[in-house]
Design a protein around this ligand. Sequence first.
Ligand code: NYM
Length: 212
Amino acid sequence: VVTSKVCRGALIVMEGCDRSGKTTQAKLLKKTLDDAGKPTDFMCFPDRSTQIGGIINNYLKCGTELEDHAIHLLFSANRWELLPKIKMTLAKGTNIVIDRYAFSGVVFSAAKEGMSLEWCKKSDTGLPKPDLVLYLDVSEKDVQKRGQFGAERYEKEEFQKRVRANYELLKDDTWRIIDASLSIDKLQEVIKEEALKVINKTKDEKIPELWV
Ligand code: NYM
């Protein structure tokens, strides 16, 4: 009897400062991989569709104030509540492209006064570690050229500078730094290549845990 083993999907995360083009590229990558015969789901954090996501949405739109640690833990809880879905999807061999993950959680919270990077990492410790983090690198100057930041919380130049500096402290060998000033098509080409490599490389590997 020949039993065919299901290979797991890869977990691919898109990170970068606000207005770096992450969402566009993440959605495109889902389609690119589907078209290449590699079934892929798209997710994003915060996922504003859940109850916790609703509180986060209200906070980001400046409708409510929440203590810094409390909102940090809610962002984190929003990832944990979706863990069963992430696990099931990867187990059936479908890849996931996520627009932002725990790294956003840490770099944004730790950009606030009195919040340490180490403390911020704790609540996401043990989540699945992404196989690949695509970091869209956009210079401060280019961000300004891309037009006005929106009206949401955190979308201020000074804050984004600290966010950018914090990202530097989280990078490891699963990260690829991608020059976000490339055209949309060229960027997608580079990203596709990295994604295909990692899907192939990790399909028989156990899913590692983040920050353990
Ligand atoms: N953000 C996002 C956090 O502060 N912590 C988190 O854990 C995550 C996932 O929410 N400015 C911030 C970063 C963004 C904002 O994200 C909303 P988006 O991708 O604009 O919906």
